[in-house]
Ligand binder design. Sequence first.
Ligand code: AMP
Ligand code: GLY
Length: 435
Amino acid sequence: MKVLVVGSGGREHALCWKIAQSPLVDEVICAPGNAGTALVARNAGVNATDLEGMVTLARTEGVGLVVIGPEDPLCMGLGDRLRACDIPVFGPNADGAYLEASKVGSKEFLERHRIPTAGSRRFDRSGLAKGHLESVTDWPQVIKADGLAAGKGVYVCDDVKSAKTAIDQVMEERRHGEAGNRILVEEFLEGEEASVFAITDGSTILILEPVQDHKQVGEGDTGPNTGGMGVFSPVANLGTRVHKQIEQRVLVPTVHALRQENIDYRGILFVGLMLTDSGPRVIEYNVRFGDPECQALVRRLKSDLVPILLATATGTLESIEPPEWDSRACVGVVGAAGGYPDTYTKGDPISGLAAAEELDDVVVFHAGTRDKDGDVVTDGGRVLCVTALGKTVEDARELAYAGYDRIQWDGKFCRRDIGDRHAGKAPVLDDPGDF
Ligand code: AMP
Ligand code: GLY
């Protein structure tokens, strides 16, 4: 079987790497891919948001499965277009992807189905939103642009003044374009943040191993948000009781609600949660794998991923045995281009990739890289993610940094505290069970 992976980031390199190991697969095609995907797949020059081009590629290549990595093509309806041609797809249709495409839409969904979340008001005019804030006594408040804003459309505001500034930036200055047509003004939730990844075909739910990202650019969680600067798995500070609560109060009700609304959801449900005193509450839904969370998950997954993806795409997930996970920990360190997440240069030559992978249990997943006349050069803000397995998170972390230090390009940087949270800083949220 041929498998087509849509996208060009570290997540897609990790998916191609894992899928290429399956005995069920003859060839992996990645569109558009990067210099890393080219090592394990055949890159095809079709952009992820070129729906017409992608459908043509899938049809002419006769692929047996399409795995859609990023949110944009999912929200634009690539899943619908491929399914209309009877091609099995891992990833929801546009109606399911609306959970990520619209924060107002997902809030209404959560409220309709009484799934726990933060209280909120929605506004499509800045004056009304500001007027509302004048009467608010509880601070902070959270201002959220409705549409896709690459993780940058959320503002936690400590007072009326900063909230009004955020509203102006989103609704008047159009900092996130059309995404700012509407906003949510949301109650600030206190607690520990956690995220959960589940695969569902709309009936069966398969919860994946716990994994944690580091969203901010600076050590100690400082500075602006990014796509994700590093990852570790497993996450020992979530206990079995919390795990059960998340399953029973959030995941199962979400899948029931999707069915009730006739949304045929086949793919990833990635739920961002706040673990509050009154239990888990949903902060956001994403409809695709996290990046770099996916990189750590595929490193720890011992089972073949392809039967799981295919069963999800064809609605037969119930027939799949629970996957086997490596008991070792994984740490992934993202190397970024100087200046990220603001402006940065592209085209800088990268050396030392092979030397890094000479270390046992180190795999480098490319993100913003491309091939330039046989050399690998930088081509994005997050350039690559060095992953390592180790007996403990501490061991894996040491090895991941050893790999990272063998790689060079001008201006590279990383966070040096990936996985620190695991090393005793965060409280255990109930018992240290097996979650
Ligand atoms: P989101 O894109 O909705 O996940 O929001 C980005 C980040 O903003 C989250 O990871 C949280 O750290 C923070 N955040 C979002 N909503 C809330 C909320 N209601 N209360 C507290 N923090 C929030
Ligand atoms: N790493 C967070 C995300 O992919 O949304």
